[in-house]
Design a protein around this ligand. Structure first.
Ligand code: NAP
Length: 249
């Protein structure tokens, strides 16, 4: 199967590209780094020639809600239109579990707009909602780290290994369009502050973590069980502990 990964230079994109190639698929890499811009459409028709399925793992760097909504809407509409011209049979998009429950977060607003554009678009699709990744805690701490101190929200999450997400996206792309896949998640719940502390420890990164809702990124709208997946979620195999152990190798 010929499958295009949109956002192929990104963290999940690179893993998805590797999983496709490991599975014997013909993988096409799409990103600005590969000369394709999904916002302007530059290079998109050429890149999608002969492609059977698209896996969209794009990300937006805007911190504003309007910027996120504009980015994900424009990118999805362009991808869907180009996909229809190229005869793409399946558009798979990585979304976030509980995206409808979290209001006031710019990225989540963008992801809701992305889902809406996928659902309104002409190419048969599957939306794959994933919980936070195992590397999410350290990434979030890095956003606020200043002078050896990082402020981080004490979120309750049920994280999933990025490598497992990539494998699931490849499996889904090779199957029939489902509309919406079940939530995908990892084996067990974790506290984000504890995850960050343990990740920093194995990576040898010294930073003082301050658990607080005054972190400028995530507020108490994400507290409690809000971010946890639905009860019927697909559970991927790699635990946070297994992933941490691999980080130390
Ligand atoms: N982190 C989590 O815990 C988590 C959980 C669930 C879902 N997700 C979702 O996972 C997705 C991917 O996240 P990530 O961290 O892997 O992203 P990332 O590392 O920031 O990568 C983003 C990718 O998008 C590409 N891109 C951006 N603008 C582009 C444009 N105009 N045209 C073409 N390519 C463009 C980038 O390549 P260039 O810069 O080279 O163009 C890059 O390859 C996000 O949508 C996020 O919502 C993340």
């Amino acid at each position: 199967m010929r499958v295009a990964v949109v956002g192929a230079t990104g963290r999940i994109g690179a893993l998805t590209l590797a999983a496709l190639r490991g599975g014997g698929h013909d993988a096409v890499a799409i990103s600005r780094g590969h000369g394709v811009d999904v916002l302007t459409g530059q290079g998109l028709d050429e890149a999608l020639t002969g492609v059977d399925a698209v896996i969209d793992v794009l990300n937006c760097t805007s911190g504003e809600e309007a910027g996120n909504v504009r980015f994900f809407t424009t990118a999805t509409e362009r991808l869907m239109a180009a996909g229809q011209r190229a005869g793409v049979g399946h558009h798979v998009v990585l979304s976030i579990a509980a995206v409808d429950r979290v209001k006031g977060n710019p990225h989540y607003a963008g992801k809701r707009a992305q889902e809406a554009a996928v659902e309104a678009g002409p190419v048969p699709h599957t939306i794959v909602p994933a919980t936070q990744f195992h590397d999410f805690a350290a990434m979030v701490a890095s956003w606020t780290e200043t002078d050896g101190v990082a402020r981080i929200a004490p979120l309750l999450v049920r994280p999933i290994a990025p490598e497992d997400v990539a494998d699931i996206l490849v499996r889904v792309a090779a199957g029939e369009p489902l509309g919406r896949h079940r939530d995908v998640t990892g084996p067990g719940p974790q506290d984000l502050v504890d995850m960050a502390r343990r990740t920093h420890a194995v990576r040898g990164h010294r930073v003082e973590l301050v658990p607080t809702w005054e972190n400028g990124i995530f507020d108490a709208a994400m507290a409690g069980n809000v971010l946890l997946p639905a009860a019927d979620a697909e559970v991927a195999p790699t635990s946070f502990e297994d992933w941490l152990a691999a980080q130390a190798e």
